[in-house]
Each structure stands twice: as structure tokens, then as C-alpha cells.
Design a protein around this ligand. Structure first.
Ligand SMILES: Nc1nc2c(c(=O)[nH]1)N[C@H]1C(S)=C(S)[C@@H](COP(=O)(O)O)O[C@H]1N2
Ligand SMILES: [Mo]
Length: 167
């Protein structure tokens, strides 16, 4: 009886260990996993954006102060499985987010500058300003980095977002 219960305890411990390590394996399916694909395309469709919390930001562009609304880039990256509750570490610290525009302009942000426990930069992907959709020369999607006073990385006409591991 004593021997049996000892076996039982070992079996239960092994089962628990298996469950925990399989959970951990699922946790690692993001950019810190060296086996995750690069470049990785981030979905930008309306259905995906609609599921994310919307936030507002007041910015001055071209001498006008406007209130723009959209989603945080970090939230979009979390939805895409690139960021997770687990803190960014390892190879993902050398990954960057490449954003392209219809006019060919491109910008990058590092994953670490966006990750909430590191840079926590409030870069947003907006689709409305002053309650109106963005005009074609800047929309339908635009980046806004409200913490940056010069708007060089506020990419207009956003076309694609990909996460790339630095070579
Ligand atoms: N697609 C795209 N976005 C862009 C640029 C560009 O050339 N193409 N220029 C950037 C620069 S340098 C600036 S200063 C701002 C200007 O934005 P605004 O015209 O809304 O003020 O857009 C940024 N976003
Ligand atoms: Mo600029």
C-alpha cells in the first residue's frame, strides 16, 4: 500500500510536469522563439483591428490639433502572437517591426521599444481623426508615435507590418 501510493505520487508528479511543460511550449510560440518564422506578417484586416481595444491620442499635425483613435501597435503585436504575457527575451530583443507604406516609404520600430515592460512606446495604428476616416493621402491606416515630437516615423498610407529577426 505504501509502495503503491509512492508510485501514485511519482505518476501524478510526472503528469503535472508534462502538463506544465506543454503549457510552456505553447507560451513560446512568439518571436522570442528562435524557430518562429521571420519575416512574420501581422494581419491588418478590419476584423482583426475591430477586436482590439481602441485608444485616443491628441496630436498636432500640420499646425492642427486633432484627436485620433486606433489601436496600440503593441496590442496588435500581442494579437498576432508576437508579444505575450511572458517578457521579451533572447533573440526577440533583436527583432524589429517593419512598416511599409503605399508610397514606398518604410519605417522600423524595435520590438523592445514597443514591448510594455521595456520601451512601452505608445505607438498607435490609427484609422480615424476627429471622428472621420483618414483621407487617402494618409489613410486608411496611419502610425502615430505621440511621444516623438518630429513626425518622421508617423507613417501614412500603411500597407503592411512584418516582424523581422535581425540577421
Ligand atoms: N507614407 C509616408 N509617410 C510619411 C512620410 C512619407 O514620406 N511617406 N513622411 C514622414 C514625415 S518625414 C513627416 S514629417 C510626416 C508628415 O506628416 P503630415 O503631412 O501629416 O504632417 O509624415 C511622415 N510619414
Ligand atoms: Mo519630416
Amino acid at each position: 500500500m505504501i509502495v503503491f501510493s509512492a508510485y501514485c505520487r511519482v505518476a501524478i508528479a510526472l503528469l503535472l510536469l508534462g502538463a506544465v511543460s506543454s503549457l510552456r511550449a505553447q507560451d513560446h510560440s512568439h518571436a522570442s522563439d528562435p524557430s518562429s518564422p521571420s519575416p512574420l506578417s501581422v494581419p491588418l484586416d478590419q476584423a482583426t483591428l475591430a477586436t482590439l481595444p481602441r485608444t485616443a491620442v491628441v496630436v498636432t499635425t500640420q499646425g492642427k490639433t486633432v484627436t485620433c483613435t486606433g489601436v496600440r501597435l503593441s496590442a496588435l503585436l500581442t494579437r498576432a502572437g508576437v508579444l505575450s504575457a511572458e517578457h521579451l527575451h533572447g533573440p526577440a530583443l533583436a527583432s524589429y517591426v517593419l512598416v511599409t507604406a503605399r508610397d514606398g516609404q518604410r519605417v522600423i520600430y524595435s520590438l523592445a521599444e514597443l514591448e510594455p515592460t521595456l520601451g512601452n512606446s505608445n505607438v498607435m495604428l490609427v484609422n480615424r481623426c476627429d471622428d472621420k476616416p483618414l483621407p487617402d493621402d494618409s489613410g486608411p491606416l496611419r502610425l502615430i508615435a505621440p511621444e516623438e515630437s518630429r513626425s518622421a516615423r508617423w507613417l501614412r498610407q500603411v500597407q503592411s507590418i512584418t516582424v523581422v529577426a535581425a540577421p
